[in-house]
Design a protein around this ligand. Structure first.
Ligand SMILES: Cc1cc2nc3c(=O)[nH]c(=O)nc-3n(C[C@H](O)[C@H](O)[C@H](O)COP(=O)(O)O)c2cc1C
Length: 169
């Protein structure tokens, strides 16, 4: 698969089979996360690999977008390590760093035949309490991953016209 084919192949998987993910595939997805660029190369990302049944159940009880995935990566960044910008007051790049990390992970998962779904609909406070995540880590995204047992939703193929998005200046 070339890059464009890989990007087109990825979709938000919202239903997973019970098949566990091989450790080599988890390692490969984590390696892709480490290759992501971060502002000033500060590498503030924190990645929690949630795969115990107990913790996944706790996540599912507190977030409706876990979708029965066998592994949930909880992605955040260390506020003590994050790079700061000058674009506006109190500017920091943590969410941007994590979004790029998450993209690397989703694309690697796709290459390995796994499904994933970037999830932002959760209470940071509740997820922090469930997993006992320290206060210096901002929890940014959840990434359920597993072998999908359903295809993409209709939204996957809805694209705005590029003329609405791209502007040559
Ligand atoms: C920052 C972000 C947050 C998202 N949060 C959720 C979510 O909480 N639940 C969910 O089911 N999908 C979530 N999605 C997935 C989007 O709905 C999805 O990417 C979009 O509808 C396009 O579909 P596709 O990923 O299948 O191409 C999120 C995506 C992004 C980038």
């Amino acid at each position: 698969m070339n890059f464009t084919e890989l990007a087109a192949e990825r979709y938000s998987a919202r239903s997973y089979s019970d098949r566990p993910i091989e450790q080599e595939k988890i390692d490969a997805v984590l390696h892709a996360a480490m290759l992501a660029p971060t502002a000033k190369n500060n590498q503030p990302q924190k990645i929690y690999v949630v795969r115990s049944e107990e913790k996944r159940r706790m996540l599912s009880e507190n977030c409706r977008c876990i979708f029965g995935a066998p592994v949930v990566f909880v992605l955040g960044y260390d506020t003590d390590r994050v790079a700061h910008g000058i674009r506006k007051e109190n500017d920091e790049f943590g969410e941007t760093d994590v979004a790029i990390v998450c993209t690397h992970m989703m694309l690697k998962a796709t290459e390995l035949g796994l499904g994933s779904c970037c999830v932002g609909m959760f209470s940071e406070e509740i997820i922090r309490a469930c997993l006992d995540i320290p206060g210096n880590v901002n929890i940014t995204l959840l990434l359920p991953v597993g072998y999908p047992d359903a295809g993409p939703s209709v939204r996957h193929t809805e694209f705005r016209d590029s003329s609405e998005i791209v502007q040559y200046l």
